[in-house]
Design a protein around this ligand. Structure first.
Ligand code: SAH
Ligand code: SF4
Length: 367
């Protein structure tokens, strides 16, 4: 067995088996045969962990106002070209309920970051109303940025089960290079600890292809997920947005896709029983980018469940797909794509990450 295959065998045999320097060898693979072996080994681990199934999480983009100014993101405060919207409460609840009725086991409410009592109370009311309008095992996921522990606790009490907050990069210096000086890596890291201690299922993740990022940085990101004991991972390529200061950053679609698949595979091999999303941004790189991610170890897809009229205003990156589709069309398209690669959709299944279930004895933890 050569040394690359040996790394794959060790990683497949047990969670967290490789050191960052070894994970970097996987991430940096360029030989087509090695890359194929990496993705196949990851797929085998996924089959053991969650089977040939994709879990669906309906995405509701509830508003695009943001107080932050991340240098890469189209929703940043200083982007005057974006028309700002906030979906009325009753409509958010209707969209989440419709995700539930379409058979998605979970829905994520995502928006720019707003820290205010008004916003906290609004989310609280929305979460309570969704909880009342859906089944107890329907997972309510929030992705609303950095907040105080008290705010996270109120949303958890209202009935939220999961929270997604990407660390963006585990390297604080690299983080500083893509954020204004008043954005704090330490605070973001602290938020992940607060969320876990409140009993949320915690998702984090990174972007890859950030200017200046190395294979070792990405390897350390993957080991960071293990270190913070994440239950869910959502990673995607950095895709330059023309309305941001990082508009001119180098970007090659083909390379970005190949790297994404390798990083997903290395993450599956390192973390084994976590949920890993096939990020929507992968569809920007190739029409079948998300299906290829499922075959490299991802097990979650995020169909858009936002009313069509809002979609064009929620553009984190350039080339966002499905702007003109209805939520019903997204459902049909996605289930056909999943069937085409020989996997099935886990309809009406919240897809509790086996990693979380193992820590907490299975099922939905009561708030
Ligand atoms: N405001 C919240 C949630 C919305 S942003 C937050 O920041 O957590 C969700 C994710 O979009 C971010 O975490 C970031 O990783 C991703 N994103 C933003 N701009 C992007 C870009 N240009 N390319 C790829 N991903 C981007
Ligand atoms: Fe706001 Fe999130 Fe975009 Fe940063 S990444 S500007 S916090 S929406």
């Amino acid at each position: 067995m050569n040394s690359f295959d040996n790394l794959l065998a060790r990683a497949a045999a047990g969670r967290g088996a490789l050191r960052p320097e070894e994970l970097a060898v996987l991430v940096a693979a360029r030989d087509p045969a090695e890359r194929k072996a990496l993705r196949e080994a990851a797929y085998a681990v996924k089959l053991r962990a969650t089977g040939p199934r994709a879990f669906l999480r309906g995405l509701v983009e509830i508003g695009n106002a943001c107080a932050k100014n991340c240098l890469y993101c189209g929703l940043r405060r200083d982007n005057a070209a974006t028309h700002r919207y906030m979906i009325p409460e009753a409509d958010v609840v209707r969209m989440a309920r419709s995700a539930f009725e379409m058979g998605y086991g979970s829905a994520v409410l995502q928006s720019g970051e707003i820290e205010s009592e008004e916003n906290t109370a609004r989310i609280e009311r929305i979460v309570r109303a969704i909880r009342a309008a859906t089944a107890p095992d329907f997972a309510i996921v929030l992705s609303l940025g950095e907040q105080t522990r008290e705010v996270y606790a109120r949303w958890r009490d209202a009935g939220a089960d999961r929270y997604l907050l990407r660390i963006e990069t585990s390297n604080p210096e690299l983080y500083a290079s893509i954020h204004p000086a008043d954005h704090s890596w330490k605070r973001r890291r602290g938020c992940l600890s607060d969320l876990a201690s409140l009993g949320y299922q915690v998702g984090t993740g990174v972007m890859f292809g950030i200017p200046g990022q190395t294979a070792l940085d990405i390897a350390r990101d993957i080991d960071f997920f293990r270190e913070v004991d994440a239950d869910m991972i959502g990673m995607g390529p950095f895709v330059p947005n023309p309305e941001t200061p990082m508009a001119g950053a180098p970007f090659d679609k083909t390379e970005a896709l190949e790297l994404a698949l390798d990083v997903i595979a290395a993450t599956r091999l390192h973390l084994h029983d976590c949920n890993i999303a096939a990020a929507t941004a992968l569809q920007v790189l190739a029409p079948d980018g998300r299906e290829r991610a499922l075959l490299a170890g991802a097990n979650v897809m995020m169909p858009n469940a936002t009313d069509r009229q809002y979609r064009a205003d929620y553009q984190l990156y350039k080339g966002k797909p499905c702007l003109d589709e209805t939520s019903g069309q997204c459902r049909g398209c996605l289930s056909a794509r999943i069937a085409r690669i020989g996997e099935t959709v886990a309809w009406n299944d919240p897809g509790t990450p086996p990693h979380y279930a193992a820590k907490h004895g299975g099922g939905r933890a009561e708030p």
